[in-house]
Ligand binder design. Sequence first.
Ligand code: ADP
Ligand code: MG
Length: 347
Amino acid sequence: MLEDKNQSRTSLSELGEFKLIDHLTKQTVIHHHQTIKGIGDDCAVIGRGEVQTLVTTDLLVEGVHFDLSYMPLKHLGYKAVVVNLSDVYAMNGDAKQITVSIAVSNRFPLEALEELYAGIHLACKAYQVDLVGGDTTSSTKGLLISITALGEVKKEKCVYRNGAKSKDLLVVTGDLGAAYLGLQVLEREKQVFQVNPNAEHELENYTYLVERQLKPEARKDIIQLLADLEVQPTSMIDISDGLSSEILHLCKQSNTGCQLFEDKIPLDQQVISTCEEFNIDSTTIALSGGEDYELLFTVKQEDFPKIKANPNFSIIGYMTDEANVAELVTRGGQKVAIVAQGWNAMK
Ligand code: ADP
Ligand code: MG
């Protein structure tokens, strides 16, 4: 038996998700020269040929990442695939295969898992990826889903988090904050329902928000668009934890700073009206909300004419040479340090 000589106990919540990963993986040794990029980006990058393989994995836990009282299983299956594919697109790559592993308690009948897989198959069709394997086991409580996605990228097209340079433009696709608000709306409905099971659902005013939460899409279309426009981003990441957190990842890994302009952050009208209704600040939601699965990337200034008029893109700031000085320039012209308040799995 292993003897525990180390009596000290460090709480994981003190550390947070990113420090924990750093701590656990700092002694990682790379044995193969084919391992081009290991831990630290949206995908690992493997292979010395012209075409490289991309690998990414995610684990979703019932009660932590999803709540089946408002997440239909078919949607859950779809979303579980999409969030993985998003990491492949964040490398400027194309997703090709997935594996799916589930741990499931006897609370779930066959029909429930059929629903889950209906969603998985739907995503495979929509994104043209092949389900090629997985694992199935039992759990004492609840449902766990782990998906691994494999993709491909031409070596010279691969985009990492660490390539941003001073003066590069910071660009985001789509709009931000809706998925988080969708979750708030669904949580509120759940509470109403618990008090009064006969209450009418009132979701008409929040259709976009709820859709962004329950049926997110990964931006495969943007990878094609960037290729068509002949724009090669200098760095890229997908927005899973919130704009702040992802900007700080780009800055840290690229050794740059950033100026982000509050008035440039793209918000849907439903996000603006719901924030007013809930009396919360829409900028805070966009910065910290998470689960948007949009792409955040930097481009050289010379690419500005190629992206400026495209409705898919918002230029929200620029990178600076002041390493790790990431600031939000507010509508009033004040500068505020950007801090990561994104979703933290350990809290
Ligand atoms: P993303 O948000 O893009 O999915 P994460 O923040 O989950 O990325 O992970 C950051 C990096 O740390 C990735 O390269 C991921 O593969 C790696 N990673 C996360 N957890 C572990 C772990 N337990 N052991 C080894 N590497 C990990
Ligand atoms: Mg990612």
